[in-house]
Design a binder for this molecule. Structure first.
Ligand code: LAN
Length: 669
């Protein structure tokens, strides 16, 4: 095996590294950020298409053509679609995207449409979609609200102290429940157009008026079910159904106006972007049902393009209004890892421009009247996308903090203590009681709320959970800050870091790995685990942990020097090999191994040192071989959410390999 121990030749990483850096520079936009395709989930665009159809603002002819092209591009050989582009066909994916195709103007006898319809009918009909599908199809009028388990808006009127109060749900779950409870509460339904009538015939095996809607409530196709209903949840539905039959009218009206007020608040505090794609489309429908002539409808429509991406494979609805800040923070760290960045004019210009964007996109305010709207403080945080969208994300805040600190002294107007301390305030507040960090807010409800997960297709969505990635990032961010500003909230900060590290230690698995919740999977999180533990540097015990994590990564390196892990790892929670080695995962593994090596090497045995260096060298060689003129090949989707849905971070293939190469090159010096 080759090693990179020699000092007598050019550092192996250099040519590929400069090429990678210039690709990254070429892709940077004038305002300093990187844009990228954030597609992957296949349950988003149909909701938007339904909402646009309702409000009478269907996509333009050109957009429709591009959307249809996308849907046909990602249709599976069996005629169906899954929850995401790599999934097998499911009822949700297939029935929902079939409806989208038809609304986008594809005739029933089109070849793709016919194959999709055949799939739906062969698998028993569209009444077997999961709850979110049932709700959307009811809004369109091709399913009956009677066939949806109760989503009473009155839950919002319960005392807030009750754990079941929706304000205690995970932010995305409450953001989806909010508008769904509005639509359910008023049995919102669009006009019965000829297309709606046709779809009623096409989607079911029995005639529409003979579908047993009550039985359909709990009929979800087994291929769709990731989190089956619990007995307790079924019992709750029986009780809620009884309530629904005799609920006082006035109370419903009060609940609906309460919910609508919250919808407007979320709309105005995010410039009508909303926290995510599902609530975006639902809110559009809600404000239209409330009053089709109100300006909010127009405001919403103006911000629909933020969610659309026209890519090589057609036009899709993205999983967010972009991953701008997230990409920026990593791209900057990749460039910063390149040692001579300040003598490299391209790298320097890239960083300066990026810093300007970072500066503009720190969230400066709390949302108005925040307690009333169940919102935590946000001033000082960094978002995942843009400051305009303004939802705070813990690990984005931590990565932003790290980068902003690293840029001090390197730019004319760095972010100073006052602004960074605000970010620290957010992080300190958001730490969970168990010592870890969730991604948006600290957990509000008890764990048993998970027994009432109503979205059959996702796992762990009812409350906030602590995650390796977020906890590691927060530990690193807080430590970096305290190194620079040792006196600010010193005791609290130290305690927070200590508890965070304890949480990380406990999260390490028997085999040395860490389970990844936001990207695929053990490769990604094991890198974060190593970074978190090494940042805290607390002695021999942690050294052994870092070494075990490194051993885990080593054990999965393939003969070609790369790493490749399937998305099934996330779903099944055990390592599943991908058919091919993947440049991005190879980069994560290399970053983790190089971090471990850097931290441990004076204490490593000679054999271990050689093994690690050899692994690094062959991983670097793999990155060299797979580099193309356009970054690196990416033939898989790298991100995940809620255990079961994959999402595409197209920019990962530009900066993670660059970062890994830069780190490997630095180790050689
Ligand atoms: C995201 C996108 C970014 C992601 C990271 C910052 C990468 C992660 O480290 C923390 C979690 C976070 C913020 C995240 C959470 C879940 C999101 C918002 C998403 C994956 C983008 C889309 C997803 C959202 C839940 C999709 C809408 C679907 C629902 C189930 C409501």
């Amino acid at each position: 095996m080759t090693t990179i121990e020699h000092e007598d030749h050019e550092p192996a990483a250099s040519p590929a590294l400069s090429k990678g850096l210039s690709t990254l520079a070429a892709l940077q936009l004038a305002d300093g950020h990187w844009a990228g395709d954030y597609g992957g989930p296949l349950f988003l665009m149909p909701g938007l298409v339904i909402a646009l159809e309702l409000v009478g603002a269907p996509p333009s002819e050109q957009q429709r053509a591009r959307m249809v092209e996308y849907l046909k591009h990602v249709q599976r050989a069996d005629g169906g679609w899954g929850l995401h582009v790599e999934d097998r066909s499911t009822m949700f994916g297939t029935a929902f995207n079939y409806v989208a195709l038809r609304l986008l103007g594809v005739p029933a006898d089109d070849e793709s449409a016919a194959r999709a319809r055949a799939w739906v009918r062969a698998e028993g009909g569209a009444q077997r979609v999961p709850t979110w599908g049932k709700a959307w199809l009811s809004v369109l009028g091709v399913y009956e609200w009677e066939g949806v388990n109760p989503l009473p808006p009155e839950l919002w009127l319960l005392p807030r102290a009750l754990p079941m109060h929706p304000s205690n749900f995970w932010c995305h779950t409450r953001a989806v429940f909010l508008p769904m409870s509005y639509l359910y509460g008023r049995r919102a339904r669009g006009p019965e157009t000829p297309l709606v009538r046709a779809l009623r015939e096409e989607l079911y095996v029995t005639p529409y008026d003979r579908v047993d809607w009550e039985a359909a409530r709990n009929d979800v196709h087994p291929l769709d079910v990731y989190s089956p209903h619990t007995k307790l949840f079924d019992a709750l539905n029986v009780a809620l159904d009884r309530y629904e039959r005799r609920r006082p009218k006035a109370l419903r009206e009060r609940a609906l106006s309460f919910v609508m007020d919250h919808i407007h608040h979320e709309d105005t505090s995010t410039s009508y972007l909303d926290i995510g794609p599902v609530s975006k489309a639902l809110h559009l429908a809600c404000v239209w049902f409330e009053d089709p002539t109100q300006p909010a409808v127009q405001r919403h429509l103006e911000r629909v393009p933020d969610y659309l991406w026209d890519g090589r494979d057609g036009m899709k609805m993205q999983g967010y209004n972009g991953s701008q800040f997230w990409d920026l923070a990593f791209a900057m760290q990749a460039v910063l890892e390149h040692e001579p960045w300040d003598t490299d004019a391209t790298a320097k210009a890239m960083l300066e421009r990026a810093h300007g964007w970072l500066d503009d996109n720190q969230v400066k305010h709390d949302v108005p009247d925040r307690e009333r709207y169940y919102r935590n403080a946000t001033a000082g945080c960094f978002p995942f996308s843009t400051a305009e969208q303004a939802w705070p994300v813990t690990d984005c805040t931590a990565e932003g903090l790290k980068v902003a600190l690293a840029m001090q002294g390197r730019v004319a107007r760095p972010l100073g203590e006052a602004r960074l301390a605000k970010a620290v305030d957010v992080l300190l507040y958001e730490q969970n009681d168990d010592g870890g960090w969730s991604e948006y807010e600290r957990a509000r409800g008890p764990r048993w709320l998970e027994l009432f997960n109503a979205a059959e297709v996702f796992g762990d969505i009812m409350i906030g959970y602590s995650h390796v990635e977020c906890t590691s990032a927060c530990v690193q961010g807080l430590l970096a800050f305290s190194e620079r500003y040792p006196t600010y909230r010193r005791a609290e900060l130290r305690a927070a870091v200590r508890r965070g590290v304890e949480w990380l230690r406990a999260a390490q698995r028997e085999d040395g790995s860490f389970y990844g919740v936001w990207a695929i999977c053990f490769t990604y999180a094991t890198w974060f685990g190593i970074e978190g533990l090494r940042a805290a540097t607390s002695g021999a015990e942690d050294d052994r942990r870092i070494e075990r994590a490194a051993d885990f990564l080593l054990s999965h390196q393939r003969a070609d020097g790369g790493w490749g892990e399937s998305y099934r790892s996330c779903v099944d929670k055990r390592w599943v090999e991908h058919e091919r080695s993947q440049p991005v995962q190879t980069a994560w593994a290399l970053l983790g191994l190089a971090a471990a090596y850097e931290h441990l090497h004076p204490r490593l045995s000679a054999t271990k040192r050689v093994t690690l260096r050899g692994a690094l060298a062959s991983g670097v060689a793999f990155l060299h071989e797979t580099q193309t003129d356009d970054g690196w090949r990416a033939d898989m989707v790298y991100g995940v959410f809620n255990k079961n849905c994959m999402i595409n971070y197209d920019n990962y293939r530009y900066y993670f390999p660059v970062w890994a190469l830069a780190r490997a090159a630095r180790l050689e010096r």
